[in-house]
Design a protein around this ligand. Structure first.
Ligand SMILES: Nc1ncnc2c1ncn2[C@@H]1O[C@H](COP(=O)(O)OP(=O)(O)OP(=O)(O)O)[C@@H](O)[C@H]1O
Ligand SMILES: [Mg+2]
Length: 303
């Protein structure tokens, strides 16, 4: 697959603040990449440079084969952009806003199709200013999809969405990616990143601190597998259960939690120990490290 985006040593300084501090990455055509990171990490700055909305201090950037800093209108025509804060005229109705922006594109979607895509049929003729925050954000999303773009940038697209609307917008993004569109989204929702993205990039203080699939990040930065269970009362010391384990155990109120890099062996020992005594382990679960733990570890280390 050719690359839709290539970034080499990108730097953006605001005075002495290096908001983007030497970032390099590539995004393949058809790939869905989520950029995560704390407030002020440089996500929007990076994305807006790729869109051609901000100048860069140094570094090389190629988006759809051209430099977004100098690209012409043909470039804009192939992009869909949902800015973190869009500046639409809120005195227009939803339908009017979409009509207004359609003229900028060579192959625009129909207004009614867009309204249906973001489920604003019953608000189509209302002024944008009278819509709720999440509904206004759906107008922004519709604007990003108007030109039937090859490459879509979504800067925190579902902030303010109720849980059901968020899930439906994920389906919308999935439909686009099934059509081969490339998507770069920023989000603070690890669930959103995991649901949508092939790849998660974590940015902290202007640098990439992790880049890989969610499961790769768990494997590389996670703290192993967690085994937990409730132990019935037994009249013997627990050393026979706990001492042979390769992982580390913690217990509280007879609830035992083990973190281990040898889950198969440790689980075999635990279940053998319990079955030989005829014990049932209450609520026995085995789970991989939560992506949230990985993320907090990564950005915490940087901070
Ligand atoms: N126009 C500007 N002038 C000066 N500094 C700016 C400007 N825009 C952004 N910055 C600074 O650049 C840094 C990165 O900001 P950016 O908006 O890219 O962060 P972000 O990762 O998108 O954060 P958030 O999660 O809050 O959206 C911050 O320190 C911010 O203060
Ligand atoms: Mg931002």
């Amino acid at each position: 697959m050719p690359n839709a985006i290539e970034v080499t040593d990108l730097v953006k300084s605001y005075g002495s603040n290096r908001a983007v501090d030497g970032v390099s990455f590539a995004v393949e055509e058809g790939e869905v990449v989520a950029i995560l990171g704390p407030n002020g990490a440089g996500k929007s700055t990076t994305v807006e440079i790729l869109e051609g909305h901000r100048s860069r201090t140094s570094g090389d950037v190629r988006v759809l084969g051209v430099d977004p800093g100098t690209a012409g209108p043909g470039f804009r025509d192939r992009l869909g952009i949902v800015l973190q804060s869009a500046g639409v005229d809120k005195e227009l109705t939803v339908r009017e806003v979409l009509h207004f922006y359609r003229v900028a594109y060579s192959r625009p979607r129909e207004v009614d199709e867009l309204i249906a895509m973001v489920e604003l049929e019953d608000k189509a003729d209302e002024r944008v200013s009278t819509l709720s925050g999440g509904q206004q954000r759906r107008v922004d999303l519709a604007l990003g999809l108007i030109g039937d773009p090859d490459l879509i940038f979504l800067d925190e697209p579902t902030t303010g969405f109720d849980p059901a609307a968020r899930r439906r917008s994920w389906d919308l993004v999935r439909n686009l990616t099934e059509l081969g569109r490339t998507v770069v989204l920023t989000t603070h929702s690890l669930e959103e990143a995991e649901q949508l993205a092939d790849r998660v990039m974590v940015l902290a203080a202007g640098r990439i601190v992790a880049d890989g699939s969610a499961s790769q990040l768990r494997a590389d930065f996670g703290k192993g597998t967690r085994i937990s269970f409730g132990l019935p009362a037994v009249d013997e010391p627990l050393s026979g259960l706990l001492d042979p384990l390769q992982g580390t155990s913690r217990g509280r109120d007879r609830r035992i939690e083990i973190t281990t890099d040898a889950p198969t062996a440790d689980l075999a020992h635990i279940t053998a120990w319990a079955t030989s005594r005829g014990l049932e382990l209450d609520g026995l679960t085995v789970s991989s490290t939560e992506l949230e733990d990985v993320y907090l570890g990564l950005v915490g280390e940087e901070a």
